[in-house]
Design a protein around this ligand. Structure first.
Ligand code: SF4
Ligand code: SF4
Length: 174
């Protein structure tokens, strides 16, 4: 089956199609102005679309109840990331009862494909993808989220506490 449409004599002239397109735009504009409530466009950025809480947007590193990072620097998220956009530097904690922790955790959001594999791979609910999706920036470096941005950006209001409680987690052997 061929998907290539044969050009008619009329389609060789571009002006009719241009005027037809302008006509449709004008009709839509008049309809929208006459009934603004039915407009399906938003006046962004003043009006923002509310996505479902389950929307998989910008990443968040969760924190423990004391506000410290939940991540144990196990590297499972970075290993599973198909875009190889997660970079973690691990360190031993001075407290022997605390597992490893990340001294540096970065996600290059321009390479991320928002597949959610990192969230799925994490054994301790340390990384989640939240409903935030807006993040304008003027250069590429601003799209590399660091630990501070991922866990403590102002919109998170001090961080999101993991649903996995420390006591429950140890009882469950994870
Ligand atoms: S959502 Fe996918 S591509 Fe993005 S950081 Fe996570 S695993 Fe990598
Ligand atoms: S976010 Fe989760 S999977 Fe990634 S290094 Fe930290 S604990 Fe491991």
């Amino acid at each position: 089956m061929s998907l290539v449409q044969k050009r008619t004599e009329l389609s060789k002239w571009y002006l009719p199609a241009i005027f037809q397109g302008l006509g449709w735009t004008f009709v839509k504009m008049v309809k929208n102005l006459a009934n603004k409530k039915q407009m399906i466009t938003l006046n962004y950025p003043e009006q923002k679309h509310e996505y479902s809480p389950r929307f998989k947007g910008n990443h968040v590193l969760t924190v423990k109840k004391d506000g410290s990072i939940r991540c144990t620097a196990c590297m499972l998220c970075a290993t599973n990331c198909p875009a190889e956009c997660i970079t973690i530097k691990a360190a031993e904690h001075e407290d022997p009862t605390v597992e490893k922790f990340p001294i540096s955790y970065e996600i290059d959001m321009l390479r991320c494909v928002f597949c959610g594999f990192c969230e799925e791979a994490c054994p301790v609910d340390a990384i989640r993808m939240g409903p935030e999706w807006q993040r304008p920036a003027v250069n590429g470096a601003n799209f590399v989220y660091d630990l501070k941005e991922l866990a403590y950006r102002p919109s998170l209001k001090g961080g999101i506490v993991s649903v996995v409680d420390e006591t429950d987690r140890h009882k469950a052997g994870i």
